[in-house]
Write a protein that binds this ligand. Structure first.
Ligand SMILES: [Zn+2]
Length: 75
């Protein structure tokens, strides 16, 4: 299943991406890709950083999101 990385825009097989999930307005890592809730995908930490810089998570989740400083390292 292809998913779009919200950092670089590449379409990549879901298994090769890191999932993040929106939990009560906060973006959190989902290493096992099993957490409930709305998900978004990034290639790696660098793309997570890109997504943060370009408001990619806000766009993907269509809402304001909080992003903790450690998110980029935790994906
Ligand atoms: Zn990417």
């Amino acid at each position: 299943m292809l998913r779009r990385c919200v950092g670089c825009g590449a379409r990549v097989e879901k298994a090769h991406l890191r999932r993040v999930v929106l939990v009560e307005g906060r973006v959190e890592a989902d290493p096992a890709q099993r957490r409930p809730g709305r998900g978004a995908y990034v290639c790696d930490g660098a793309c997570a950083r890109r997504a943060v810089a370009r408001s990619g998570f806000q766009r993907s989740f269509r809402s304001a999101v909080r992003i903790d400083a450690d998110l980029v390292d935790s994906v």
